[in-house]
Design a protein around this ligand. Structure first.
Ligand SMILES: [Fe+2]
Length: 455
């Protein structure tokens, strides 16, 4: 139901959430040295300066232009910064940095857009008839917060000399206890072959949301869908770096049998021999943290592509969970009820997991027992997205949002897999049960890992 009229308190809530989200994107740009703004840390993505303009141009297009019908003051920038998924047209982008505008020009465009967006939030302009303002402002806020996370992946790949570590940064400490062997303390990292598994009884998993619930969600979160899930076994913890190292040492990357045709071709072409966040020198493994190279934290979750997670699963004779299995383990309960979060219905707090943009790097698996699900499965939300074996697609009753038609529909191509949960850089509002993330199987820069199901 469109909500064209916002109450004053709704306006204040939206204004303060928007201000917080802007603080998060401002923070991520503040860790860049000025010249780094023109770098392209990942070959298939834009130079970073694009994103500086993009988060504002998106708000301009969605809110100011499309919803409030206000004329453009800078149509060149509106277009230049409009599209952010991947540079279009096949092949890798190769335009020179000098093609991009000066950072000061982008910043003054941004300041002007913010002022106009604020006028719209505060009710100073009249929206077009039938506009659902609550949905539109939520789209702007979450779009911005998603970029706060994806910018962290991009900037993670930059040389350390290009970054300035925030002085109040608690993540300066090493992620996990470096150098410890996998499961050496009998801890949650576990030994390969004997990770702790939890039996989940057969039951119903509810995916998605009904439109009548009046809770904000992206188009792919609707409608509600109930799935019967047969009983299964799922690991209590995410797969750790230490456990994944056994796969590497066993020659898992060189053994054709563990890989699909497409993934083997990718692995061979790119000469991939270990997770992209790892670094090897003279047999010593390190972890490329956000601000420093540290000894590989064996008990932190491994972050890998879907292809690498699937190869590991095949090596162990197990599988990645399906999206409904993940839901069942995370949100189901022995009494047959379902929860909004693994720990219950309380809003996300920092004691429940590593999420909401507090740390820049993962913590040891199992470090947040207060985030366990009703079945006792650990950390299904936070500390790294989790890959599922489910191909991203619409739920029955899907309708694209008319102001952002391609948000999901452009990716219903059978070539993207669903991720669930959330990473250290995922904002709390996107930890809701129905939220779905998706990536293609060879994209290895995301803070995403996995756990296994099966015998
Ligand atoms: Fe975007």
């Amino acid at each position: 139901m469109p909500n064209a009229v916002l109450l004053a308190e709704d306006r204040q809530t939206l204004a303060s959430r928007l201000a917080e989200a802007r603080a998060k994107t401002d923070e991520i740009f503040s860790i860049l040295k000025p010249e780094a703004l023109y770098e392209r840390p990942i070959p298939e993505r834009h130079r970073l300066v694009f994103y500086l303009g993009h988060v504002e141009a998106f708000d301009w297009n969605l809110i100011v232009r499309q919803t409030f019908g206000i004329d453009s003051f800078h149509s060149t920038f509106d277009k230049l910064f409009a599209f952010g998924i991947d540079p279009i047209g096949g092949g890798l982008p190769n335009e020179p940095a000098s093609d991009w505008p000066d950072a000061d020009a982008v910043r003054s465009y941004n300041a002007r857009v913010r002022g106009l967006v604020d006028d719209c939030v505060q009710g100073a302009c009249a929206p077009r008839h039938g506009s659902d303002l609550e949905t539109i402002f939520n789209m702007a806020i979450e779009h911005r917060l998603m970029h706060a996370e994806t910018l962290a992946y991009l900037i993670h790949q930059l040389r350390y000399e290009s970054k300035i570590q925030p002085s109040n940064e608690p993540g300066a400490r090493p992620a996990g206890r470096p150098g410890r062997a996998a499961g050496a303390a009998g801890g949650p990292a576990g030994m390969a072959g004997s990770p702790k598994a939890v039996g989940i009884p057969a039951g119903i998993a509810t995916l998605g949301r009904g439109r009548q619930e009046r809770v904000f969600g992206w188009d792919n979160e609707f409608e509600r869908m109930s799935v019967h899930v047969p009983e299964f076994l799922i690991e209590a913890h995410k797969v750790s770096n230490g456990r994944f190292l056994e796969f590497v040492r066993d020659g898992g990357y060189e053994d054709r049998r563990h890989w699909s045709d497409a993934s083997w071709e990718w692995r061979r072409r790119e000469d991939i021999r270990h997770p992209s966040f790892w670094h090897e020198r003279d047999g010593e493994w390190s972890y490329r943290g956000m601000f420093a190279l540290i000894p590989l934290p064996m008990d932190a979750p491994v972050y890998v592509s879907h292809a690498e997670a699937s190869a590991f699963a095949r090596w162990e004779g197990r599988s990645l969970p399906t999206e409904p299995q993940f839901h069942r383990a995370a949100y189901g309960a022995p009494d047959g009820s379902e929860r909004e979060y693994p720990w219950g219905d309380d809003a996300p707090m920092k004691s429940r997991g590593n999420f909401d943009l507090r740390l820049w790097d993962p913590t040891p698996v199992g470090a947040y027992p207060r985030g366990d699900s009703a079945f006792g499965v650990s950390e299904l939300v936070g500390n790294g997205w989790e890959w599922t074996s489910t191909v991203f697609g619409p739920f029955p009753g899907f309708r694209p949002h008319p102001l952002y038609e391609g948000y999901s529909a452009n990716f219903f191509d059978g070539a993207h897999f669903v991720q669930k949960g959330g990473s250290p850089r995922t904002a709390a509002c996107m930890l809701r049960r129905s939220f779905r993330n998706w990536f293609q199987p060879h994209y290895s820069y995301v803070y995403a890992g996995f756990r296994l199901v099966g015998p």
